[in-house]
Design a protein around this ligand. Structure first.
Ligand code: HAM
Length: 426
């Protein structure tokens, strides 16, 4: 079939077959976050462009190259959100959510937009699930968000996971380290790629993150942040690691891990999966102790992570851990004749209060209707023809054994209750 329209490059449809797995992943995330004491927050998909310029960071690739920015009819500069962390902080301040408790904990899920080069696990509209803790400076909070992430992935049955963690130090350590790095790079600029030359000027830390082979050679010899950390930053990082070890989470300290967003201070981390690759992390996050202040609020520390669900799905597929596809219907109602259809329609409405029911609309030949029931994986088919209608009965066929029984119409629901149990098999 020649189609007129196609989904835009970098976007994708989630078709019913896959949507079941998506629902399972999202339910698992909501379940795990709930058990850790996080409350759901739902936020708009577009915001003032300035929110991301100030939050995500003006110098980041995300803001410089990847935002979908447009003017609305009143000439306001708006952007589709490339990430949700700035929106969470905006909502936190706008609704004064900090007044409720010393520490606020939120989880969220939804589409994000980045004008990225599409490829495996890389989209322009993708989906994230994430959490943020606002109001705690404790290393225990850093370890908890990592724990939520890990528990989520383990609950999906994933085992081939790896984690890298690092610390960037507090604001003054970070500034000091940037200067040291800049010093180190100053006589090696010729060896760096064009992007890194620009990063050197705007944010030298980002050079550490470069994937270009020539830059990696230079980076390997760069001084580590650990050489300049203040005592409090060392202590904070040690305690994060101790919590993770106590919880049995395996991780590797990678002194070159910096991440692509500007707001981080102290702990940063990324989780990856063997099959999806270290370049395509399943998610990442870290501490950002100055973003609330940057948005005009009081000094308030925060920490969080986001996970890319398309990549989580790739990992689930690679490990074959997806929960078996559930059937689309428990019972199909087939009918022959107009009057019989009305009867089937009525009975199906009753059955739908408890079970998943597929009602056949067109009175096709019975074997065609039974073929649909088989395709849907239904356990039972209820059949009403003229003869059944005249006698006030319904014929029920067991799709696995082929056995058929006849029930009085008024006994059908009680019989189904017995046979299918109180609720659908979903
Ligand atoms: P991020 O590292 O920019 O962090 O994105 C988190 C995750 O989103 C990535 O690890 C990846 O799984 C997924 N992701 C990013 N871009 C794409 C893309 N183009 N296609 C598919 N998946 C993608 C953040 O967004 C921060 N908000 C994390 C955070 C929360 N930090 C503190 N709190």
């Amino acid at each position: 079939m020649a189609e007129k329209f196609r989904a835009m490059r970098g976007t994708h449809d989630i078709l019913p077959e896959e949507a079941r797995t998506w629902r399972w992943i999202e339910d698992t995330f909501a379940g795990v976050s709930g058990r850790y004491g996080y409350e759901e927050i739902r936020l708009p998909v577009f915001e003032a462009t300035e929110l991301f310029e100030r939050g995500t960071g003006f110098a980041t690739d995300v803001v410089q190259k990847e935002m979908y920015t447009f003017l609305d009819k009143k000439g306001r500069r708006l952007s589709l959100r490339p990430e949700a962390t700035p929106s969470v902080i905006r909502a936190f301040l706008e609704h004064n959510l900090g007044r409720r408790a010393g520490v606020s904990k939120f989880f969220y899920m939804g589409p994000m937009f980045r004008y990225d080069r599409p490829g495996a696990g890389r989209y322009r509209q993708f989906h994230q699930a994430g959490v943020e803790i606002i109001g705690s400076p404790s290393p225990g909070a850093d370890a908890e968000v990592i724990g939520v992430f890990w528990a989520f992935l383990r609950e999906l049955g994933l085992t081939k996971l790896g984690m890298r963690i690092n610390t960037l130090g507090c604001r003054s350590c970070r500034i000091k380290y940037s200067e040291i790095l800049k010093d180190f790079l100053s006589d090696k600029l010729e060896a760096l790629c064009a992007d890194c030359k620009e990063r050197y000027a705007k944010n030298p830390l980002r050079v550490l993150d470069c994937k270009v082979a020539a830059c990696k050679v230079v980076i390997a010899r760069a001084p580590d942040v650990s050489t300049i950390l203040c005592a409090e930053c060392v202590e904070h990082f040690d305690r994060v690691k101790a919590c993770l070890q106590a919880a049995g989470l395996s991780f590797r300290v990678d002194p070159k891990l910096v991440r692509g967003l500007d707001y981080y201070t102290r702990t940063v981390f990324e989780v990856y999966h063997e099959a999806v690759g270290i370049e395509n992390s399943l998610g990442g996050g870290g501490r950002y102790d100055h973003l609330v202040e940057e948005f005009g609020g009081p000094a308030t520390p925060a920490v969080g992570f986001s996970s890319g669900l398309e990549r989580v799905l790739l990992a689930v597929e690679a490990e074959g851990s997806a929960r078996g596809a559930s059937e689309a219907a428990d019972i199909v109602f087939a009918s022959l004749g107009e009057q019989a259809f009305i009867e089937a329609f009525t009975l199906a409405s009753e059955a739908r209060k408890r079970w998943r029911v597929w009602l056949e609309f067109d009175q096709r030949k019975l074997d065609r209707q039974l073929a649909t029931a088989a395709k849907l994986g239904a356990r039972l088919t209820a059949i009403i023809g003229d003869d059944e209608l005249a006698r006030g009965v319904v014929r029920i066929k067991d799709m696995a054994s082929g056995d058929q029984i006849e029930l009085r119409r008024q006994d059908v629901i009680a019989w189904l209750d017995n046979r299918l149990g109180g609720k659908s098999s979903e």
